[in-house]
Write a protein that binds this ligand. Structure first.
Ligand code: PAF
Length: 279
């Protein structure tokens, strides 16, 4: 695996691949890699001739400075994991060099930019869209791989690809979960052992909704899920919305694709998850 830190050098390597008509897969990350990221890279390796992974802790998407300051650095482990899985190039740019000359756009994401993550993390999606667009312009992949765990981010990226008319296929990958159901996340490392067990309650609340759609209407389920979660967590939000429009659902007939979204806090760690409520 080759490690590249400079955009121009990466562009040259990509040009050589393109001249050989290689199909290129891309997995953007902020490091602290785990089995979920590994799955994205494996899928990219299966579906493309070459795979690029980026590790870049994007300062623009942190709405709280202390989160950026406390963001863990596990670069050596990350490089080892990528080498072992078979990634071809890892791109690890420095922040000031990466953004040198990059125009920071203002986006109007519509409803997507008003609800849930957008409401609780102002500016977050502006930062995500800015970094992902720049990474896409440098890597110019055929396929880019993202996990469903950050479902609203995924919707923002699909929206961005359409807006910018980029010829990139956004490939959606299922959330990878621990045996307990807990969605894998770099943040889980910050939980105590007991916290990791408690955290599976987030999954339990989602499954509870999935199993009870024929009995309760969406907003009653939301109230019940919040009541369950509040016994163990500080709940930031729990919503059932249509997964295309992101509009809140009052009655099941209003949506073909209802999805539950949740964020809770435990031991100072923000846990995010979601689940399709289609039977
Ligand atoms: O999901 C992430 O890790 C980040 O938001 C992403 C897509 C790499 C952009 O920095």
């Amino acid at each position: 695996m080759e490690r590249i830190e400079i955009k121009e050098k990466l562009k040259k390597a990509i040009q050589i691949w393109k001249s050989k008509k290689y199909k290129i897969g891309f997995v953007p990350t902020m490091g602290v890699l785990h089995e979920g990221h590994k799955e994205l890279v494996r899928r990219s390796l299966l579906e493309n001739d070459k795979t690029v992974c980026s590790i870049f802790v994007n300062p623009l998407q942190f709405n709280k400075k202390e989160d950026l300051d406390n963001y863990p650095n596990t670069l050596e482990n990350d490089l080892e994991l990528l080498r072992n899985v078979g990634c071809h190039i890892v791109f690890t740019p420095e922040s000031d060099v990466f953004y040198d000359g990059v125009k920071i756009n203002k986006y109007d994401f519509g409803v997507l930019g008003e609800v849930m993550e957008a409401q609780f993390r102002p500016g977050h999606f502006e930062g995500v869209a800015t970094v992902v667009k720049e990474l896409f312009l440098v890597v110019t992949p055929d396929n880019a791989y993202f996990g469903e765990k950050d479902f609203q981010q995924l919707a923002i990226i699909k929206w961005l690809v359409k807006l910018e008319k980029l010829l990139i296929q956004v490939v959606v990958c299922k959330t990878v979960r621990a045996e307990s159901g807990l969605a894998l996340s770099s943040r889980n490392l910050r939980l105590s052992e007991e916290g990791q067990l408690t955290a599976s309650g987030v999954y339990d609340a989602l499954i509870f909704c999935l199993n009870n759609t024929s009995i309760f209407d969406p907003q009653t389920l939301v109230e019940m899920a919040i009541a369950k979660l509040e016994q163990r967590f500080e709940v930031e939000y729990f919503e059932i919305v249509d997964e295309d429009s992101f509009e809140r659902i009052e009655k099941w007939e209003e949506s073909k694709y209802p999805r539950a979204f949740v964020v809770v806090h435990l031991e100072g760690v923000r846990l995010i998850d979601n689940m399709s409520l289609n039977p």
